[in-house]
Design a binder for this molecule. Sequence first.
Ligand code: CA
Length: 224
Amino acid sequence: MRILLIEDEKKTARSIRKGLVERGFTVDMCADGDSGLRQAMSQDYDGVVLDLMLPVRDGWSVISELRREGGHVPILVLTARDAVQDRVRGLELGADDYLVKPFAFSELFARIESMLRRGSTIRANLIRVGDLVIDESRHRATRAGIELELTAREFALLLLLARNAGHPLSRTLIAEKVWGLSFDTGTNVIDVHVRNLRSKVDDPFDTKLIRTLRGVGYVLSAGA
Ligand code: CA
C-alpha cells in the first residue's frame, strides 16, 4: 500500500511517516500543496493524507484539483482548525475523512486503514450509460474518457435522462424537472436544448445515446 503524505510541519510529517512505515506502508512526502498535487497526479496512490494549511497551494485546492482531474484516490484531511466550516468544505470538495489536530497517532492509523478498506466514496456517485460517465457530485460528464463541456442546464438535462436511462421522458416532464416550470409543450425550448446536448454528447461519437421518440419525447440508452 502506497500513501502520499502532504504535510508542511516536518516533525508531524516524520512521525506519521514513521508510524505508517512500521505498519508496512510505503510513504512519499511532500511539504507544499503544489508539489503534493503534482505527485498525487503522477503516481497511483492507495491513499492521500493531506494537511489543509499548506504553503503555495492549500489543501482545499489540492482536493478540488484532484477531483476535477477525475482522481478517485481516498483522501484523509488533517486540520489544525476544528471549525465545522473547514471540515464541511473539505468533505464537500471530495475528501473522504478528516482528523482534527492534535490527534492520537493510533486514531490516525485506524482512520487510514478503514478509509483504504472502504475506498473512495466518490466512486459511488458515478452514473454510467454505455461509455457515458456522469459524476453527479462534481458536475462532470465524460464519454469514452473525453470530458464533455456542458452548460449547467445541459448537465441537468443529461443527468435527468441518464437517471431514467431506457425510459422515455416527455417534454413536459423534462420542462418540469430541468426548468422547474410548466412549459407549453408546443414550445421548442426543450428540443433546442436537446439538440445542443446531442451536439456534444452524441455528434462526436459513433454510438448515439439520445433518441427522439416521435410524439413521446426523449430517451437515453446505451443501445440506441
Ligand atoms: Ca500546515
